[in-house]
Design a protein around this ligand. Structure first.
Ligand code: PLP
Length: 411
């Protein structure tokens, strides 16, 4: 009989959202009249910008004629999209990134999950706690960890705790690590790292010959000047960092699917014999072997956001969600609840009142005011005592939810 990859057996079931679903379904059955508002999801609710729809319609028409039909495209992405990304997100900010350092994909989840394949299995991995689960789970699957311990941490991973005490900015590890996952703006905490804080990480990576895997899926939500939109704004980062970006939250592409990864040629790793190899070359090999390109129609839709009208529409879309974030943040504060994030990110990370366990707070919010959020403990042991609300709902529901929290929630 074929054997299985037993690393998969180390992973607990996808407990978080299944358990949320179970509790909400049970509550609904007992209270069918309850008007439940969901502020737990990380998915967008507003339609795609009109420029994207127009560009995709046009691309569909091109597919209808032999002269303009497209079959397989370049696995790395079409030039029109790569050049638009390069000029708008990098060259325009004074960052020199070459076209062959950008790889278009079907979204960031695949990229930040697959990237670990081009690293040695014995690399030491550092991950923040709490964390977007993809980084950790894919490293468990690949065999870079031991078993899950009772404290909720995996053996062999260097965890970087992030809580109110360190302002959600992880301290440098005490030991040497090879791969460092940083997410900024952060999911779930909604907080960011300043230029100074990121500079500290780039310096560490250079000194320790580590690679930073920088997830900037929420870069479009940054409003403050001191927060870097790209890690390459930090001097020297081009030698030590890989950056992930997505059109999902920037332009509502969660169901449309498009993202990209930047791997500068200067980011290198070692073979066992001590020879240096460009990660760019390995990723190019992987991408061209395992991926056949993002659909032409979708890439046309994505490129449309870089037109002047597209930039305006994307700004409006992000602004809509960020107004929700402001409403939630200020509403929570008015209700006497300590809240973080929501200034440069669509996530608000609140401290549960009276240190209530995060699942107890989930139940309280659901049963007393019929609001669904996400318990912080679901993102890692350091998320215990915290709770995530998202700004991706529609305006009316966001306003109604906050009114309920302010007027009807007692603690
Ligand atoms: N990175 C982070 C931090 C996310 O929160 C998400 C989605 O929720 C992703 C990446 C995945 O984005 P995509 O839709 O591009 O796969």
């Amino acid at each position: 009989m074929a054997t299985v990859n037993e690393n998969y057996l180390k992973l607990p079931g996808s407990y978080l959202f299944a358990e949320i679903g179970r509790r909400v379904a049970a509550f609904k059955e007992a209270h069918p009249e309850a008007d439940i508002i969901r502020l737990g999801i990380g998915d967008v609710t507003q339609p795609l910008p009109a420029v994207c729809i127009d560009a995709m319609h046009k691309a569909v028409d091109e597919m209808a004629k032999a002269e303009t039909f497209r079959g397989y495209g370049p696995e790395q992405g079409y030039d029109f999209l790569i050049e638009a990304i390069r000029h708008n997100n990098y060259v325009g900010l004074g960052i020199e990134i070459a076209a062959n350092e950008i790889f278009v994909s079907d979204g960031s989840k695949s990229d930040c999950g697959n990237i670990q394949e081009i690293f040695g299995v014995d690399n030491k991995v550092a991950i923040t706690d709490p964390v977007y689960p993809v980084y950790l789970d894919t490293n468990v699957m690949a065999g870079r960890t031991g078993e899950l311990k009772e404290d909720g941490h995996f053996e062999g991973i260097t965890y970087l705790p992030c809580d109110a005490e360190n302002s959600f900015s992880p301290d440098l590890p005490n030991e040497r690590v090879d791969m460092i996952y940083l997410c900024c703006p952060n999911n779930p905490t909604g907080t960011t790292l300043s230029k100074e804080e990121l500079t500290k990480w780039v310096k560490y990576a250079k000194e320790n010959k580590s690679v930073i895997l920088f997830d900037a899926a929420y870069a479009a939500y940054i409003t403050e000047a001191d927060v870097p939109r790209s890690i390459y704004e930090i001097e020297g980062a081009k030698e030590v960092a890989i950056e992930f970006r997505s059109f999902s939250k920037t332009a509502g592409f969660t169901g449309t699917r498009c993202g990209y990864t930047v791997i500068p040629k200067a980011v290198k790793g070692l073979t066992k014999e001590g020879k240096t190899v460009e990660f760019n070359k390995l990723w190019n090999r992987r991408h061209t072997t395992k991926f056949n390109g993002t659909a032409y129609i979708i890439q046309r839709g994505a490129a449309a956001i870089y037109t002047p009208e597209g930039q305006k529409q994307v700004k409006e879309l992000v602004g809509y969600y960020m107004e929700n974030a402001r409403i939630i943040r200020e509403g929570l504060k008015a209700a006497g609840i300590e809240a973080y994030g929501g200034v440069n990110a669509p996530y608000i990370w609140l401290k549960t009142p009276n240190n209530m366990p995060s699942w107890d707070f989930f139940d309280k919010l659901l049963t007393e005011v019929n609001i669904v959020g996400t318990p912080g403990a679901g993102f890692g042991p350091c998320g215990e005592g915290y709770f995530r609300l998202t700004a991706f709902g529609d305006r009316e529901n966001t306003l109604r939810a906050i009114e309920r929290i302010k007027n009807k929630l007692h603690f």
